[in-house]
Design a protein around this ligand. Structure first.
Ligand SMILES: Cc1ncc(COP(=O)(O)O)c(C=O)c1O
Length: 440
């Protein structure tokens, strides 16, 4: 038997969320990235139409971030995260909470969106317990929600393919109905007009389980991974009101919408709805180094700060919570966002973006177009008997045509870096239109 390493073999790496056999037969490999563009290993330029994975909000190869990481790794590579820390972790937390209006004044560090979600769910359940209301253990998610892939996030999530292989999931979880697909909302620009009353589904779950058993509701303000599902006008406000009426915490999962995607630092500000806990990751370091953060209202943090002062208040954390290199990258990312005005720039691009995307209406198989801030999606009718095939074909052809997108089923999603200019948007929409004309 030959045990020699196989040079250039693609076999050993089991790729995440990837059609491994298809990929390994015709790989797509990037070699470098700068600003709006990737260069592939065979020397082609590909425009980044989705901030890589909704994370490189300032584009690629930003000098401040690159330099901050270089400097930090030479100064201090790692500091223990439990019972010790380092100044940048505190400096970053102060900078982060300064971006938040209202009471979200405390930050807990994680290393990913999935870990942020697990952390927020555990905080919610433990919060009720520390204030003597320990019967509130039930968690409510939403159909089509994506909250990462760990057991809690998967269980409150509502994407069937992500759930069906993994047994009975976490017990005590229920789901609100999703808000996608009302034909009256097709081709809405921004928030669709119909469906605020879908928030009343929470009242149904309260009737079923009793509010005294429910700890929290978690939703993405805009559902990203399910294909940019924009909340109906008034929906999130109504959800907030119902949560308040019943003492249920509201968690916004802003792993995608955080850090400027909608033209405000967070979607919470865009919609004028303040959650009790808010999860982030991705854009916090411009996607460059793994990091996430959960923002908590002062009332939640304060509720934990009881008992003997030498006792640990919350038995939770990660070896890499507040890792110095991640903190340095995040601080430099915030500097970059500030210098370039990126946390609000999407507001000035949103109309141009909306018009460019909606110009695709009328092309073959296009059944919906959705947009908000600098994110959007084109939904295609599934090919007969082969759901997802048309979306995947579009993805491959767009890549060949020099444009990176993401697809979910037959929906093509875009979220270009917030540095995009009008010419970039024209290229993105024009290339998409050209490709859609060639699809079966
Ligand atoms: C809303 C939301 N939550 C959680 C996650 C999971 O993040 P990660 O892949 O960093 O674990 C994602 C990833 O796309 C997301 O969009």
């Amino acid at each position: 038997m030959d045990h020699e390493p196989q040079p250039n073999s693609l076999d050993a790496f089991w790729m995440p969320f990837t059609a491994n056999r298809h990929f390994k037969a015709s790989p797509r490999l990037f070699a470098s990235a700068d600003r709006m563009y990737y260069t592939t290993t065979d020397g082609r330029r590909v425009m980044d139409g989705v901030s890589a994975m909704w994370c490189c909000n300032a584009g690629h190869n930003r000098p401040r971030i690159v330099e901050a990481i270089r400097r930090q790794v030479g100064e201090m590579d790692y500091a223990p995260a439990f019972q010790f820390s380092h100044p940048k972790a505190f400096e970053l937390a102060n900078r982060l909470v300064a971006l938040m209006p209202g009471g979200l004044k405390h930050v807990f560090y994680t290393n990913s969106g999935s870990e942020s979600v697990e952390t927020a769910l555990k905080m919610a359940v433990a919060y009720h317990r520390v204030r003597g209301d320990g019967g509130r253990v039930r968690l409510i998610g939403r159909e089509k929600g994506y909250h990462g892939v760990n057991f809690g996030g998967m269980s409150v999530g509502g994407m069937v393919a992500n759930r069906k292989m993994f047994g009975s999931l976490v017990a005590g979880i229920d789901h609100l109905r999703h808000t996608h697909g009302d034909p009256r909302n097709a081709f809405s620009r921004g928030e669709p007009p119909y469906g605020a009353d879908l928030a009343d589904d929470l009242e149904r779950l309260v009737q079923l389980h009793d509010a005294s058993t429910i700890a929290a509701v978690i939703v993405e303000p805009v559902q990203g991974s399910a294909g940019v599902i924009v909340p109906p006008q008034g929906y999130l406000k109504r959800l907030r009101e119902i949560c308040d009426r019943h003492g249920i915490l509201l968690i916004f999962d802003e792993v995608i919408t955080g850090f400027g995607r909608l033209g405000t630092p967070f979607a919470s500000q865009y919609f004028g709805v303040e959650p009790d806990l808010l999860t982030t990751a991705k854009g916090i370091t411009n996607g460059v180094i793994p990091m996430g953060a959960v923002f908590a209202q002062a009332k939640i943090y304060d509720a934990f700060m009881q008992g003997p002062p030498n006792a640990i208040e919350f038995f939770h954390g990660y070896t890499y919570s507040g890792n110095p290199i991640a903190c340095a990258a995040a601080l430099a990312t915030l500097d970059t966002y500030e210098e370039d005005g990126l946390l609000t720039r999407a507001a000035s691009l949103a109309k141009y973006w909306e018009d460019a995307l909606h110009a695709i209406k009328g092309l073959p198989n296009v059944i919906d177009i959705r947009n908000i801030g600098l994110m959007g999606a084109v939904e295609l009718a599934p090919a007969g008997g082969a759901p997802g095939k048309r979306g995947f074909d579009a993805f491959l052809k767009l890549y060949e045509a020099g444009l990176l997108c993401r697809t979910t089923g037959d929906t093509i999603a875009f979220a270009p870096p917030l540095i995009a200019g009008h010419a970039d948007i024209d290229f993105l929409a024009g290339t998409t239109a050209k490709v859609l004309k060639t699809l079966d």
